[in-house]
Design a protein around this ligand. Structure first.
Ligand code: ZN
Length: 234
């Protein structure tokens, strides 16, 4: 049975809302291909009721928008991807469906972010600084800097902490030590050990399965903050 959408705290007129598009495409590029060929039935995905106001026959598709996506694994690739957009005609709010391969307001895919953090963990184990080691390990064309890696670590660990209670339904997170004084590489590494997602394995399908399960169950993004949550803070 279809789970109800999570209504944002502020769904009033003019608000832009981002929902996850939970999908089985292996990569963001597979999604783009299917989108471009008209093979994705977003109406079937959303269902008959408008996710903003709950009314039937309310939402309609409006022009999609394009944004850049950057992946780094297995190789560097930067390309624009389309995002489907809709209008709730009752509240005059627009909402978009962001594929779960992406993080709200990030050009780099989840794949790129987690893969780079795995490199950081490996560098740290070899006695280097994780942030600089990760920067040096990825494709130089990607413009990844140590500062960006620090931001990614914070965003990812923040997302994991925020989702901790939900993740506990599936994983035994008893061993995760939440550091009171900031975000640590160890905390990131510990979560992924529990998830069974190790850098030396074929981690990308496992990561996708984690994202799929989380967003399918909660209708939320595991990482990053969608527009409606940002606006609610103002
Ligand atoms: Zn509506």
């Amino acid at each position: 049975m279809r789970k109800p959408w999570t209504l944002p705290p502020c769904g009033q007129g003019g608000r832009k809302i981002q929902f996850p598009y939970v999908n089985n495409f292996e990569t963001i590029w597979e999604y783009k291909k299917a989108f471009s060929l008209g093979r994705i039935d977003f109406f079937d995905y959303i269902g008959p009721a408008c996710p903003i106001c709950g009314n039937l026959d309310c939402y309609k598709e409006i022009e999609d928008y394009w944004r850049y996506a950057i992946d780094l694994f297995p190789e560097f690739m930067k390309d624009p991807v389309p995002i489907a957009r809709f209008l709730c005609q009752t509240r005059r709010s627009t909402f978009s469906l962001l594929p779960i391969q992406l993080i709200p307001y990030f050009q780099y895919t989840v794949n790129a972010v987690i893969g780079t953090l795995f490199l950081g963990v490996s560098c740290r184990r070899m006695g280097q600084t994780g942030f600089c080691g990760a920067e040096a390990s990825v494709d130089p064309e990607s413009n990844v800097t140590a500062w960006l890696v620090i931001c990614w670590l914070m965003i990812v660990v923040t997302g994991l902490r925020r989702s901790h209670a939900e993740l506990m339904r599936v994983y035994d997170l008893g061993c995760i030590q939440i550091s009171g004084t900031g975000v640590t590489w160890q905390e990131f590494a510990d979560y992924f050990v529990v998830f069974g997602i190790a850098p030396e394995t074929k981690w990308r399908p496992l990561l996708h399965a984690l994202l799929y399960r989380y967003s399918h169950t909660t209708k939320l993004f595991l990482f990053g903050t969608p527009s409606q949550s940002r606006l609610a803070k103002v």
